[in-house]
Design a protein around this ligand. Structure first.
Ligand code: COA
Length: 325
């Protein structure tokens, strides 16, 4: 029989039925299956994910053999904008592995993204990066940091829980810091909505979401978003930013307040400028979620040629854990 192989969009219900029962074993992260499905549907139904096919797969004779998720992002490089595609959850069911399906799928997918005018692709590898390196992806420094909470400033700084009305100020605060970096993944309003939907999802068992903000007059001068993870005795940072010298000086106390009675503060090593507000701590390479990029267009290649030395040598990571796809 002749074999027909096609690259196709996978509808939400088909993905829930055909992929999630298998991928649950790898990515459940302590959740029940129902919660795993709910979390997927929250993102897949958001305006952000609906802008383009969110779940894609390779079909062989009509049967789904491998799949991934696609995240639409922009990369700001100084004042230029590059179109980026974030690839997540690359998955082949166990019985079909080792036959070249994921390699063929990713090759075809990158070609299609290049043809559609995308400048680069990125992903966070949970497996050995050599696999994606063979497809043209380059690994960027990806580390975790752990800091003793008591090494942070213990002053009271007037921080309080984030309220809905704070988000516009939080965005301005983020932008004020972010635009000082040579390049970053841009946070459009849709991207913020996607991040907020994830942060506002009910907390996993044994974790408490902590979203703190410090305002001065009408401005947000600093904020921190993360989770208190009781079994790790740690406040895990997803995101923080500050505006100006006053905000910068408040960050350690803000993180200490977020940690409460937990002994540690940590998470992905924050990007430049944010990282410098923290004590040195203990820094280790990540074995999971290793950031990898693949330039696809001429502009993508220029960006990488001109930024790779500084990015690879940096003492901080390039993206926030909030950017994880
Ligand atoms: C990784 C994965 C998508 C590969 O799918 P696949 O269709 O079997 O891929 P291919 O047949 O194209 O390539 C197989 C090769 O993948 C590589 N590979 C598989 N798992 C790997 C791992 N943990 N680390 C590094 N390489 C790995 C091996 O080189 C393997 O070759 P081998 O069979 O000769 O050992 C599949 O193993 C999977 O779904 N794993 C669980 C989910 C996951 O971790 N996905 C990656 C998210 S970043």
């Amino acid at each position: 029989m002749q074999t027909t192989v096609t690259l196709e969009r996978i509808e939400q219900d088909a993905y829930v039925r055909e992929v999630l029962p298998h991928s649950f074993e790898v990515w459940n992260d302590g959740r029940t299956f129902d919660r795993y499905v709910d979390d997927f549907r929250t993102v897949a139904s958001s305006t952000y994910a609906k802008r383009r096919p969110f779940t894609m797969g390779l079909l062989e004779n009509g049967k789904l053999v491998t799949s991934c998720k696609n995240y639409d992002r922009e990369l700001r490089w100084e004042s230029s904008s590059l179109r980026a595609t974030g690839i997540g959850a690359v998955f082949t069911p166990p019985l079909l592995r080792g036959r070249g399906y994921a390699t063929a799928f990713l090759g075809a997918h990158l070609d299609a993204e290049r043809d559609a005018g995308r400048d680069l692709a990125f992903l966070y590898s949970d497996i050995h990066p050599a696999y994606y390196a063979r497809l043209g992806f380059i690994a960027l420094p990806s580390r975790v940091v752990t800091i003793r909470a008591e090494s942070l400033d213990g002053r009271a700084i007037g921080a309080r829980a984030v309220e809905d009305a704070d988000w516009a100020g939080i965005r301005r605060c983020f932008d004020a810091l972010d635009r000082q970096r040579p390049w970053s993944l841009r946070r459009t309003p849709l991207v913020w909505n996607w991040m907020r939907a994830r942060w506002n999802a009910p907390a996993r068992e044994g974790t408490q979401a902590v979203h703190l903000v410090v305002r001065r007059a009408r401005s947000v001068v600093a904020y921190a978003i993360g989770r208190r993870v009781l079994r790790s005795d740690m406040f895990v940072i997803d995101d923080f930013a500050f505006d100006g010298d006053e905000g910068r000086a408040l960050v350690p106390a803000l993180l200490r307040m977020a940690a409460g009675d937990l002994r540690r503060v940590g998470g992905w090593l924050p990007p430049p400028l944010a990282r410098e507000t923290l004590p040195r701590g203990s820094v280790r390479p990540r074995t999971e979620a290793v950031l990898m990029v693949a330039p696809l267009s001429g502009l993508g290649r220029s960006w990488w040629a001109q930024t790779h030395d500084a990015t690879l040598a940096a003492r901080s990571d390039a993206t926030w854990s909030a950017d994880h796809v």
